[in-house]
Ligand binder design. Sequence first.
Ligand code: ATP
Length: 366
Amino acid sequence: MAEIELRNVDKHFGPVHVIRDVGLTVKDKEFVVFLGPSGCGKTTTLRAIAGLEDIDSGDILIDGKPVQTLRAAERDVAFVFQNYALYPHLTVYENMAFPLRAVRMNRAEIDTTVRSVAGSLGINHLLKRRPSALSGGDMQRVAIGRSLVRRPKGILLDEPIGSLDAKLRETMRVELKRLHVENGSTSVYVTHDQVEAMALADRIVVMHEGILQQLGTPADVYEYPANMFVAQFVGSPVMNMKTADIREAAGRVQVGLDGTAVAFDFPAELAGKLSAANVQKDKLMLGVRPEGVLISRDAKDGYVQLVAGIIEPLGSHDIVDLKVGDGILRARTKSAFVSASGQKVWARIDPGQAHFFDVTSGISLG
Ligand code: ATP
């Protein structure tokens, strides 16, 4: 059992407010990923859980017990650093045995534990090497192995695969997921890579400027972003975000984009829903992911004629820019569905995939 809880955690570095009243619970055996841009406070939060950083106020609890008064070594959580932090003069075996010698485990038990963990990581053949003779991926496997040997209650990982190349990152991502499932240890993982976060997490914590923006499953965060920051930080390519004006005439409701003549049909209930939210007329934003912009090659009822701009062929699909005034609306299509820039197409926005935001607060209106 290992539950990690933060209650109203606050922290400054001098005048910089790096963690602002953060509260959350990481459940036993859960894999939670802190996701946010550089400098948003995710590493500091992770280090605070580990006991590597003090906090100004609030509580950190592991299994219901406050741990602020405990030193890092007494918290029973392991920390995996991005830069591996292996001892260069020790072999892989000795690096992995180090935490066990520190707690005076006997030699036979150390040997069994190191070989078993090395086996699960596929690094038994590297045990006699020194770190300088390892590839980046293998160094990270050793660093993770060293964190696992003591079977800690929790594992805290700070961008552990951030410095590897893209291909190796993908392999390591799968390995990390498998290891987590096999070990069942509560894991907190920091990254600024949203693909990594989506692939690994049971739940994602999106952070920005020290504030927890949203905590939810990858699907929640992607499909129901709580605010404009989350909407635009999660998902690639980024969500289209347009100023929206609601036009009601003859029982029809349309949403105009960026003050242009381009307006899409929406169900009539939208007008009532948005006026209930009481947002100033010129402060409304429409967010829609490229897959929520539907395209037809021929004129179709409810579709609006637009002209295609740049087309990005991505193998499995294309991303097509559609001109809207001076701006663009990006749509996801099947490969080669639109053949050339300048082609006329017909488009509509799927109302079920549209999000409306109050630009003043950034908050989603659903
Ligand atoms: P990154 O991905 O770049 O590490 P992060 O989201 O993990 O970013 P933190 O490393 O937690 O962010 O940093 C949050 C803020 O605190 C940043 O403005 C950073 O410059 C500042 N900061 C971090 N560590 C210290 C320190 N020891 N002293 C002073 N300021 C610090």
